[in-house]
Ligand binder design. Sequence first.
Ligand code: NAP
Length: 243
Amino acid sequence: MARALDRKTALVTGANRGIGFEIARQLAARGIFLLAGVRSEAKAHAAKAAFGKLGLDIEPVVLDVADAKSIPNVLRDIEGRHGPIDIAVNNAAIMIDGPGGFSSTIRELTDDTFRRTWETNVFAPMAIIRTLLPGMIDRGYGRIVNVSSRAGQLSGMSAGFPAYRVSKSALNALTAIAAAEADAAKKDVKINACSPGWVRTDMGGPDAPRSPEQGAETAVWLATLPSSGPNGGFFEDKKVLSW
Ligand SMILES: NC(=O)c1ccc[n+]([C@@H]2O[C@H](COP(=O)([O-])OP(=O)(O)OC[C@H]3O[C@@H](n4cnc5c(N)ncnc54)[C@H](OP(=O)(O)O)[C@@H]3O)[C@@H](O)[C@H]2O)c1
């Protein structure tokens, strides 16, 4: 697809539904070339059609974040086909402990649940950051947004969903470390985390007070920050949250 030289390219993981779909929709609606990360070829076709119905011409890319080891090669292939990724939104995540799931307390938590949660929620964002950050620093521009959660706040930690909570605390730590590395490079590269709030999606359930549109807003803001914007912060509703 031919596109303007100054048009930014964004990758959003888990862009086929929920908050990720909405982040992708809002970025694409701003004219950003959108690579919609989805789990499988079948979901790629469905995503192309769903965005197309909204008049948005996005490019679906198959990126299964449960297979973090494959991510560097998959990303190199994607950049080979579509050019450098300027903006990456690590949105895809799973919450498989908790009511209806396998465990909701540390006593019930299995190693399998803990490992699977970490593979998707921590190893995958780490692989994406590690693969894309050097190119962003070389090119002098980059935005990485890690969609985290208040569930990962150490300052407000409580019981329940242990695998999910610990994975989001780790994602926050990863954000701060990667942002410090970006800062040291003295380039226009910014890495931040956000909490979408409690949002009506498959994960958040029907009783959540926020719409996906509201949940996506801070991630979109961080993905499109000007060079004067913050680096290495944790935000909800565009305001700083404590870690
Ligand atoms: N909803 C809330 O209230 C809430 C609150 C705080 C934080 N968050 C965070 O917000 C983000 C989005 O949550 P959500 O509510 O939109 O969740 P969701 O409705 O469960 O959607 C999750 C998305 O991640 C994708 N995904 C999961 N595993 C994947 C894999 N292995 N490969 C590729 N894609 C995968 C899913 O794709 P499939 O369709 O293929 O499964 C789906 O697109 C997550 O990081 C979540 O932790 C949500």
